[in-house]
Design a protein. Structure first.
Length: 471
C-alpha cells in the first residue's frame, strides 16, 4: 500500500467519524424532543422495556454487519446514558440541596459557634478502642511506615480471612483478601475491575449516593431498581430480570441497607442472588454494616449463598469507629484480587502499615463490637419509637445499620427544602431523601448520637413538620 492510499483511507476514516458525530447530535436532538413529551405526559424518563427493545434491534443489526456483540452493547448503553442525561438536565430541579451540602453547611455552622444536632452523617460518636490507638502509635514508633505490597500485610489478610471463615463457614485464604483504603475504595476498585466503560451497574434504591457517583465517574451506566416503604424496601420477584439488558454486568447489594436499615433474610438473599446470576450479573455485596444486625450476631452474607460470581466489601469504619483510619477490604477470587491489587497500586501504592497494624488489633477486640452494636440498636429503637408518635411519619422499623428512612406524609413535601429549613431554623442536620434516589418525601436519620440528642432532634423535626403543615 502506498503512502497516498494510506492518507486516503485516513481521510475516509475522518469523514465516517464526523458522520457518526453528526448522527449522534441528531440522536440527542430527538432525545430532547422525547423528553419534552414525557415531561408533559408525566412519564418517567427511563423505560427499561423500550431500552431492551433498542438493544435487541441494535444487536441484530450489528450481527448483520459483523460487529462484536459486546462492543455494540456497551456503545448502545453509552448512547442511552447520554440521552437520559440530557433529558434529566433539562427537566430536573436546579439548586437542590443534597447530603454533601447539608454536611458542609452543618460543619460551617458549628465552626461559627452554633450548636447543631448532627443526624445527617453515618459516623459513630464512638472512636477506636484505646488498644487500637496504642497499636497505631506503637507501629509508628517502630518505623512501620514504609512502602508495602499493595495486597496488604499478610497477618491482616490472614486475620480477615479467618474471621470471615468463622462467621460464615467458608474457606477464604489470604490470597482472597485485598486491604483497601476504606469501603469506598473497595467498591470503586471492584466496579473498575469487573466492568468496562458502557457497562450497566444495577443498584436497588434507595441507595448510598456514592454507588451512582462511582459508576458514572468510571463511565458505567447506573441503573436504579426502585423499592418502596410500602413493600418493605424489597426488590420484587422478577424486577431484576426486567431491568437487565445485554449491557448489564454488575449488581451492587447493600444489606443491612443505608439508608433504610433493611436487611434480607438468608432466603430473600438467595432468591435475589439466584435471579441475578440467571441474568448473568456479577454481585458486589457491600457488607460494611453486617455486624449491625438486630436479629442475630451478623446479617446474612453473600458468602453463604455463592461460591463464585461475587465480591464482598467490608470496612473497619463502622464496627470499630475507625472512620478516619480509612481502612477496609475486598474479598474475591484470586484472579480478581490480583487485578484489584494492580488498580490499588496505581491509586495509592499501599495502605500505611501502622494503620493495618491498628486494624489487626481491632479484629481481636470482640468486646467493643458487642458493646457498640448493642448501643446503636438501643438508639435506633428509641428513634423509631419517637418517630412513631407522629401520625405524619411512616417509617420501617430497621433490621440493622445506623439509619431510619422515614416518609413524611405531607402533599408536596420536598426533602431538600425541608432539610435546609431544619438546619437553618432548628439547628438539626438530616439527609434529604432525594440524595438516595427518587425519594423526595423521605429523610434519612442517623442514630449514632446520644439518646438525649436523638430525642431533642426528633422533637425539633416534629415541630418543623407541624410548621410545614400550617404553611
Amino acid at each position: 500500500m502506498s503512502g497516498a492510499e494510506l492518507k486516503e483511507l485516513r481521510e475516509e476514516i475522518k469523514k465516517v467519524t464526523r458522520e457518526i458525530l453528526r448522527l449522534t447530535a441528531k440522536r440527542v436532538e430527538l432525545s430532547l424532543k422525547i423528553g419534552d413529551i414525557k415531561s408533559r405526559l408525566g412519564i418517567d424518563i427511563s423505560d427499561r422495556q423500550v431500552e431492551a427493545e433498542l438493544f435487541n434491534d441494535a444487536l441484530n443489526f450489528s450481527g448483520e454487519l459483523g460487529l462484536d456483540r459486546d462492543f455494540t452493547s456497551r456503545l448502545i448503553s453509552l448512547l442511552i446514558s447520554e440521552s437520559t442525561k440530557v433529558q434529566v438536565e433539562k427537566t430536573s430541579k436546579t439548586g437542590r440541596i443534597g447530603l454533601r451540602e447539608i454536611f458542609y453547611m452543618a460543619l460551617e455552622l458549628e465552626k461559627s459557634g452554633r450548636r447543631i444536632i448532627r443526624l445527617e452523617i453515618g459516623e459513630p460518636d464512638f472512636t477506636a478502642p484505646p488498644s487500637v490507638v496504642d497499636e497505631a502509635c506503637r507501629a509508628l514508633r517502630e518505623g512501620r511506615s514504609r512502602y508495602l505490597s499493595s495486597y496488604g500485610i499478610i497477618e491482616l489478610r490472614e486475620a480477615i480471612a479467618k474471621r470471615l471463615n468463622s462467621m460464615y463457614g467458608v474457606d477464604f485464604k489470604p490470597e482472597n483478601i485485598l486491604v483497601t483504603s476504606g469501603g469506598v475504595t473497595a467498591i470503586y476498585i471492584a466496579v473498575q475491575a469487573l466492568s468496562r466503560i458502557g457497562d450497566e451497574v444495577l443498584v436497588p434504591e434507595p441507595a448510598w449516593p456514592l454507588y451512582r457517583e462511582i459508576a458514572e465517574h468510571l463511565g458505567r451506566r447506573y441503573v436504579p431498581l426502585r423499592t418502596s416503604i410500602r413493600d418493605k424496601w424489597t426488590v420484587k420477584l422478577g424486577e431484576l430480570s426486567r431491568h437487565t439488558t445485554p449491557a448489564s454486568k454488575l449488581l451492587i447489594l447493600n444489606y443491612p441497607n443505608n439508608p433504610t436499615g433493611r436487611a434480607l433474610s438468608l432466603t430473600e438473599l438467595k432468591n435475589l442472588v439466584e435471579e441475578a446470576r440467571e441474568s448473568g450479573l456479577t454481585i458486589i455485596s457491600d457488607e460494611v454494616y453486617s455486624q449491625y444486625y438486630f436479629h442475630g450476631r451478623y446479617a446474612p452474607s453473600i458468602a453463604q449463598v455463592l461460591d463464585e460470581g461475587y465480591v464482598l466489601v467490608g470496612s473497619f469504619s463502622k464496627t470499630w469507629g475507625m472512620t478516619g483510619y480509612r481502612i477496609g477490604y475486598l474479598v474475591g477470587d484470586r484472579e480478581l484480587i490480583e487485578r484489584a491489587a494492580k488498580i490499588l497500586g496505581l491509586i495509592m501504592t499501599c495502605i500505611p502499615e501502622f494503620i493495618q497494624r491498628a486494624a489487626l488489633k481491632a479484629l481481636r477486640d470482640e468486646e467493643n463490637i458487642v458493646r457498640n452494636v448493642d448501643e446503636v440498636k438501643k438508639r435506633v429503637r428509641y428513634m423509631y419509637s419517637k418517630l412513631q408518635e407522629n401520625s405524619l411519619i411512616e417509617v420501617y422499623p430497621s433490621d440493622g445499620a445506623f439509619y431510619l428512612f422515614p416518609k413524611i406524609k405531607i402533599d408536596g413535601f420536598d426533602s431538600s427544602d425541608f432539610a435546609l429549613k431544619l438546619l437553618r431554623e432548628y439547628g438539626v442536620a438530616v439527609a434529604p431523601g432525594s440524595s438516595f434516589g427518587e425519594y423526595n418525601q423521605h429523610i434519612r436519620l442517623s442514630a449514632v448520637k446520644p439518646i438525649n440528642e436523638i430525642g431533642e432532634g426528633v422533637e425539633k423535626i416534629n415541630q418543623a413538620i407541624q410548621q410545614t403543615t400550617q404553611l
